[in-house]
Every structure is written in C-alpha cells, then in structure tokens.
Design a protein around this ligand. Sequence first.
Ligand SMILES: [Zn+2]
Length: 142
Amino acid sequence: MIKYKLICKNCDLKFDSWFASSNEYERLKKKKLLNCHKCNSYKVEKTIMAPQLINSKSKTEKKIDLEKYNKVKKTIKDYQKFIKDNFKYVGDNFAYEARSIHYNGKKKSKGIYGNASKEDLKELKEEGIDAQMIPWIDEKKN
Ligand SMILES: [Zn+2]
C-alpha cells in the first residue's frame, strides 16, 4: 500500500489517500475517480512528499519464522531428550568411544553421544563408523 498526500488545486484541501500502488493512483485519476472530499473537484494532485510504504508482509513473515523456530527448537529438544534417555554421554571422548565400540564389537552397549569435531566425524566415516552430527541446544544458554 502507498499513502499519498493529495492536494485539491481548487480549494487547497490537503488529504491523505491510500492506493494499492502508484499505478492505481494514475488509473483512478485518469478515470476521474479521484475527487476532492470538500468541493468534489477533479483537480486533485499528488503533493511532492515521498510516498510512505507500508510493508505488512515482512511482519507476518517474521512471525512465521518465530513459530517455525520454536517448532524446530521443540523438535531438537525432544530429540535431545530421547538421546539423553537412550544414549551414553561421553563428552569429548566421542571419537575414542565410537572407535572402541566399532573395533571391540560392543554391539550390546548403548549408543553414545558427545562432542566431536567435523574432522573427527570425517575420519570416523572413513573408517566405516556411523556417526551423525545433530543440532544441539545448550540448555544453559536458554
Ligand atoms: Zn477541493
């Protein structure tokens, strides 16, 4: 939407009017659908004031983003809870523990989770060890 300050050349009345676009203003003017509220004259002109743009779309998008973010955050938290309940936390020893499970055949043991660098994960993958990086929310920061 665009708001124009209009002025009537006949009686000098100034008033604001909303248009869907600047083209709509031209269209209405051409069709003589723009007239002064006071004297009904068609000598209505745009004043040189810069039009104000109302962007209601971005507000809505921001709201959706936040909803999406909260949804994703909840999913991650649920996932974290699942992991905490079902996997053993090994902290920074993740790569070591993952290898010991893989090479010692400790199939019966719980899965593990912990901290690993991208390089660790790459190496583990090359060794045929299934490890995945998941997004993690540090609860202390919340
Ligand atoms: Zn007028």
